[in-house]
Write a protein that binds this ligand. Structure first.
Ligand code: DX5
Ligand code: ZN
Length: 212
């Protein structure tokens, strides 16, 4: 069954606990926490302190997405804070294998993300180390963008070459386009805007879970 990971980037930052609980009560499988450094992406979002407090109230795994250069500097802070899944971008400089290995050694699941413009060739060398491949369906940095359908081929290509880990997509996902992603082999959908704008997130989540 498709896992739904609401992105708290779309939550009301003045009511983060309320909005996190709202999505967990609605049936979220994970909570997706976008972290941005104003360098790798032109935006700033969430810190280890936020993850630490979310961990105190969360009944589901925290799926932390590091949209930052030099993620090696922040693996420990986010792992200490309680990240259950920690995803770095394949485009950053540095030893990706070493970073993925460190995340594993500390007992978390390790993810590797690619921007829409980065081919899966960037992740192929790491498929046996990555528990999750995040194929961004928008240019990272902001919620509320339109899904880039050109990314779908990456999902099916990963399954075709035999990748059996989680494949997650993030950005522009909504009820009307989720099925074309699950048909390609998607296993986790990050959704921010669509869920936080939903009249009845619980009812929407029920329908979404039936899609894959
Ligand atoms: C982009 C962010 C968004 C957000 C979800 O860097 O990662 O993808 O989580 O976006 P929407 O609001 O389009 O679901
Ligand atoms: Zn994200």
């Amino acid at each position: 069954m498709i896992r739904i990971a609401p992105s708290i980037l779309a939550a009301d930052v003045l009511n983060l606990e309320r909005d996190a609980r709202k999505m967990m009560d609605a049936g979220a499988d994970w909570l997706h926490v976008d972290v941005m450094d104003a360098h790798f992406v032109p935006n700033l979002a969430y810190s280890p302190a936020v993850v630490r407090r979310l961990k105190e109230i969360s009944t589901v795994p925290l799926d932390v997405h590091l949209m930052m250069d030099h993620p090696e500097r922040f693996l420990d802070p986010f792992l200490d804070a309680g990240a259950d899944i920690l995803t770095i971008h394949a485009e950053v400089a540095g030893d990706l294998g070493a970073m993925l290995g460190k995340i594993h050694r500390r007992g978390a699941r390790a993810g590797l993300a690619v921007r829409p413009g980065t081919g899966i060739s960037a992740v192929i060398p790491f498929l046996n180390q990555a528990d999750l491949i995040l194929t961004m369906t928008v240019e990272p940095g902001f919620g509320g963008q339109k899904l880039n359908e050109g990314v779908l081929g990456k999902i099916s290509d990963l399954r075709r070459i035999g990748y059996t880990g989680e494949i997650e997509a993030d950005g522009g996902i909504k009820e009307s386009n989720l099925e074309m992603l699950t048909e390609k082999g998607l296993s986790v959908a990050v959704m921010g805007t669509a869920l936080y704008r939903a009249e009845d997130p619980k009812e929407m989540m029920r329908r979404l879970h039936e899609m894959g």
